[in-house]
Design a protein around this ligand. Structure first.
Ligand SMILES: C[C@@]1(CC(=O)O)c2cc3[nH]c(cc4nc(cc5[nH]c(cc(n2)[C@H]1CCC(=O)O)[C@@](C)(CC(=O)O)[C@@H]5CCC(=O)O)C(CC(=O)O)=C4CCC(=O)O)c(CCC(=O)O)c3CC(=O)O
Ligand SMILES: NC(=O)C1=CN([C@@H]2O[C@H](COP(=O)(O)OP(=O)(O)OC[C@H]3O[C@@H](n4cnc5c(N)ncnc54)[C@H](O)[C@@H]3O)[C@@H](O)[C@H]2O)C=CC1
Length: 209
C-alpha cells in the first residue's frame, strides 16, 4: 500500500495538536506555516510552543487531553509521550477527521513527510514510515542541490509562463516557448539577465510567426 501524496490547503482550518513536547513543536511549526488555526492541548509546553502561545499564534489549553478537545477539528495530531493518551485521541476522532498519531502510523490516516521550501517550490520526502531519519537525510542532500536560487528562479518561471500563456496564440509555439523556459541557462543567470533573455526569445519567436 502506498499513501496518497497531497498538498493540503489549511488556511483558516482548525488543527488540534495534543502534547506540547519537541515532536508537537515540530508539527505545530509546519501547521502555522500553512496558516492553520492551531490549538495545543497539553499540561506543559516546550520553549518554542510557549513563545507561540505568548505571541497568540496558537491557543494553549493547559490541561490533559479529553475527547471533546478535538470536536470540530479538521486535522488532529496526537503527539504526547504516552501511548495510552495517543490511543485515546485516536479513539475520540471521527472517520472524517485527518488524524496523525506520532507513535502509531497504522492508526493514522496521514503521516508527515520531511519538507523544505524555496518560495513556492516545496520538496517533501517520505519513506512511508519505514525510516523517518532517512527522509530527513535525503531532505538535507536535496537542500544542497535545490539552493536559495530556486526561489527567484521559480518566481521568474511563474511570471514568464503566465506571459507566454496569455500573449501567445499558436499552441505549438506556446509549447516550444514553455519548454525553452526550462533550459538550465535561466537558472544560472541573474534576475536582469533572465528578463533580457526572455524578452529576446519572445521577440524572436513572435518574429517567426
Ligand atoms: C510515521 C511518522 C508519523 C508522523 O509523525 O507523521 C513517524 C513516526 C515515527 N518517527 C519516529 C522517530 C523519529 N522521527 C524522526 C524525524 C521525523 N519524523 C517525521 C515523520 C514521521 N515519523 C512519519 C513518517 C515519515 C516518513 O517516513 O515518511 C519527519 C519526517 C517529519 C516531522 O515529524 O515533521 C521528521 C523529520 C523532519 C525533518 O527534520 O525534516 C526522527 C529523527 C529526528 O528527530 O531527528 C526519529 C528518531 C530516529 C528513528 O527512530 O528513526 C518514531 C519512533 C518514536 C519512538 O522512538 O518512540 C515513529 C513511530 C514509528 O515509527 O512507529
Ligand atoms: N513522529 C515523529 O516524528 C516522532 C515521534 N516520536 C514519538 O513522539 C512522542 C513524543 O515525543 P516528544 O515530543 O519528544 O516528548 P516530550 O516528552 O518532549 O513531550 C510530551 C508532551 O506530551 C504532553 N502530555 C503528556 N500527557 C498528556 C496528556 N494526557 N494530555 C495532553 N498532553 C500530554 C506532555 O505534557 C509533553 O508536553 C515520543 O514518545 C515518541 O514515541 C519521537 C520522535 C519522532
Amino acid at each position: 500500500m502506498m499513501h496518497y501524496p497531497a498538498m493540503l490547503n489549511l488556511t483558516g482550518k482548525k488543527a488540534v495538536v495534543v502534547g506540547g513536547g519537541q515532536v508537537a513543536a515540530r508539527k505545530v511549526q509546519s501547521l502555522l506555516k500553512a496558516n492553520a488555526e492551531v490549538t495545543v492541548i497539553s499540561p506543559t509546553l516546550t520553549e518554542p510552543l510557549r513563545q507561540f502561545a505568548d505571541q497568540q499564534r496558537i491557543v494553549w489549553r493547559e490541561k490533559p487531553f479529553e475527547p471533546r478537545d478535538i470536536r470540530g477539528a479538521f486535522l488532529v495530531i496526537a503527539a504526547t509521550n504516552s501511548r495510552v493518551v495517543n490511543d485515546e485521541v485516536f479513539k475520540a476522532a471521527n472517520e472524517y477527521q485527518l488524524i496523525n498519531i506520532v507513535d502509531d502510523p497504522s492508526n493514522s490516516n496521514f503521516i508527515v513527510p520531511a519538507v523544505f521550501q524555496r518560495g513556492k517550490l516545496v520538496m517533501s520526502i517520505s519513506t512511508s514510515g519505514a525510516c523517518p531519519g532517512l527522509a530527513k537525510q535525503i531532505k538535507r542532500d536535496l537542500e544542497k542541490h535545490y539552493d536559495d536560487r530556486y526561489e527567484e528562479y521559480l518566481s521568474f518561471l511563474e511570471s514568464s509562463r503566465k506571459e507566454v500563456i496569455h500573449t501567445m496564440n499558436d499552441d505549438k509555439q506556446k509549447r516550444a516557448m514553455l519548454k525553452e523556459l526550462l533550459h538550465p541557462r535561466f537558472l544560472q543567470m541573474s534576475g536582469i539577465e533572465r528578463q533580457e533573455e526572455f524578452q529576446q526569445i519572445m521577440k524572436k519567436s513572435r518574429g517567426t510567426s
